[in-house]
Design a binder for this molecule. Structure first.
Ligand code: AMP
Length: 400
């Protein structure tokens, strides 16, 4: 961060969209923890903080009479914990913009912290409304965006608001900067061979990513449910495995495109198959292209694990998006675990590894390996769009 924050009122967009229990207690504060370095840096530099965030989807889950469910979605639930984390008493403003917000922002002293009400209580937020954004902008002297998780949305507090600040009065926070730097390293400055691991449930969720990857990686490892659509594209028999019939042609053309470009696609030779989608299902190991009638592939098998680990061992750059199986169930977690360990081991030998996308991040955390990969992204959808080569509005708004 390069701005001198001394004496400045800093309007900052963070992602405090944390999960709450039925008594509105925070059950996982990771997102708040991730924003702390930037918040503390600004306070230590002599600035004051005017914090904006969304929480949940209040416009989609209104009360029966059509009003906003303030009790459920208010950011006031976060005040106590944020006060503890920062060591500064956090003031709360029960509106995002308006007379009260203007007055509280104007009276804010150096080193003080003001948390504004949920940005999504305002119709203009998700529409990227300029009037609403201008009112938010008027509260601060400078603007900082540290909410990478929402950088792919052209919302008022993540994107439109930036246009009301001069180029030298807006910048990324440290989290946003780290996300962008690591993704750009992978896309533009990667050492070879570069291997992408793509897993998860469906091909249809990852089409954009797969198409883009074939343009610039050396190897693609495909696991998870989507592998069976590829198996069918090669004429395999897949029993009850998850197959998107309408994506078989697409899988065929992706395989052909990869071959034409010299990109190697690794599909799982064998699978752990189950007689039902349940933790206590009967299981056995079968070839992925010859699965018995009535059985379904729910994890990659031992041969696939060994081949994939070998490819990863020889890789200098690794991108991982999506689990290799239904890792939430112990019986089908071994494949994802083996791949997580192989990524960690390759990293320890000097490879650069980026784990991006919700479920592979959860898997790496569950296996306590998050410190053993190079970077774990916080932004699922945003990271996916970035890697697909799309220009994210929240990034463009700052960089121009
Ligand atoms: P995604 O959000 O696309 O990364 O998908 C993650 C989900 O895919 C997880 O909840 C996994 O349980 C699920 N998944 C992984 N492998 C399979 C499989 N072979 N069959 C069905 N679901 C799977």
């Amino acid at each position: 961060m390069t701005i001198d924050y001394k004496g400045k009122k800093v309007l900052i967009r963070v992602d405090f969209n944390v999960p709450l229990d039925s008594e509105y207690k925070i059950t996982d504060d990771t997102r708040m923890q991730k924003a702390l370095p930037t918040l503390k840096h600004i306070l230590e530099d002599g600035g004051s903080l005017i914090i904006m965030s969304h929480l949940g989807r209040p416009m989609k889950k209104k009360n029966e009479d059509g009003s906003i469910n303030v009790e459920k979605f208010t950011l006031e639930h976060l005040v106590g914990h944020l006060t503890d984390l920062l060591g500064v008493v956090v003031k709360f403003c029960p509106e995002t913009v308006g007379n009260k917000a203007t007055e509280m922002a104007a009276n804010l002293e150096k080193g003080e912290v003001l948390l504004l009400e949920n940005t999504r209580f305002n119709e203009g937020e998700t529409k990227g409304d300029a009037d609403f954004a201008e009112k938010m902008a008027a509260l601060g002297d400078v603007y900082v965006n540290d909410a990478f998780g929402t950088a792919h949305r052209a919302h008022a507090s993540t994107t439109t608001v930036a246009q009301f600040f001069a180029a030298d009065a807006k910048e990324f926070g440290m989290l946003m900067d780290a996300e962008v730097t690591n993704a750009e390293k992978l896309l533009h400055h990667s050492e070879r061979p570069l291997t992408a691991i793509v897993g998860g449930a469906k091909v249809s969720d990852k089409i954009g990513l797969l198409e883009k990857l074939i343009d610039f990686v050396d190897n693609v490892i495909v696991g998870g449910g989507m592998a069976y659509t590829f198996m069918r594209a090669q004429g395999g028999v897949t029993g009850n495995s998850l197959v998107e019939e309408d994506k078989i042609d697409l899988a065929t053309s992706l395989l052909a495109k990869a071959e034409a470009k010299g990109v190697k696609i690794y599909l799982p030779e064998d699978s752990i198959v189950a007689d039902k989608f349940a933790p206590d299902a009967a299981t056995k190991t079968e070839d992925s292209n010859n699965i018995s009638d009535g059985w379904m592939g729910l994890d990659i098998g031992p041969k696939a694990r060994a081949v994939f680990a070998h490819v990863l061992n020889d890789s200098k750059t690794i991108l991982w998006n999506g689990p290799m199986g239904v890792f939430e169930m112990e019986a089908f977690a071994a494949g994802t675990k083996a791949i997580a360990e192989a990524v960690a081991q390759s990293t320890s030998k000097g490879a650069f590894s980026l784990v991006g996308g919700g479920d592979s991040v959860a898997a790496v955390n569950q296996m306590n390996l998050s410190d053993e990969v190079s970077y774990v992204s916080t932004g699922g959808g945003a990271m996916l769009e970035f890697l697909e080569g799309k220009e994210l509005p929240g990034i463009k708004a700052i960089r121009g």
